[in-house]
Design a protein around this ligand. Sequence first.
Ligand code: FPP
Length: 245
Amino acid sequence: MTQAATSSAAAPQAPAHIAIIMDGNGRWAKARGLPRVAGHQRGAEAARIAVRSCGELGVKYLTLYAFSSENWKRPVAEVDDLMSLLRFYLRREIGSLAEQGVRLRFIGSRERLAPDIITEIERSEALTHANSGLTLVVALNYGSHEEIVQAARLLAEDVAKGALRPADIDEAMFAARLSTADIPNPDLLIRTSGEQRLSNFLLWQAAYSELVFLDTCWPDFSRESLDQAIREFHRRDRRFGATHG
Ligand code: FPP
């Protein structure tokens, strides 16, 4: 039996879509007297572990919050470090991701991203487009408020063109104009490092997600952390606003 099969056999059934706010890289580094970039580097390794583990568990979608639209407020050197890391990760991992059958998707605004990063994004999406394993959604330069405003703008344009009546706008039409239009909502949303907030991440999509907050800082996130979050997910009673049947 392979390592993957062994781990899968012991694990509880995985949710279809897991979303993760990878928090605590800076604190992890600070606690070890290291520069923040060392935390992000280890964070990128943890992301690799999360992708592999989700693939093994049969998770269909994994969304990782890699860079928020608010992260531009960080010092230029740290933004540069994060972008370099992403560039490096994409170039180094794309072969292995493709081999694992992973389909890559990016959500978030392409504005302000360096041209070579946009090229890398487009290349990796095109290269993995036909894969049928885990869909890895990377939220890059992503912010929910901006995404929701953009959806409203698109609906307003349709109304202005006479293609849509305001009274006919419903939730499905709104959701269809979000960057996640063809992606199911997350079942489980994990945030590491003990912080308990959504930080402008998937605000519409997480309406009924189970939120699990782990004390572990992201660089220490492991297969065991994932299993722990999934076990907690299974202890929850999901009613989607209804009562028990
Ligand atoms: C939060 O830690 C983490 C980030 C802002 C960036 C996350 C990026 C990575 C894990 C690396 C690249 C990702 C991929 C998918 C290759 P923080 O810096 O806010 O930590 P702190 O709150 O302790 O300061």
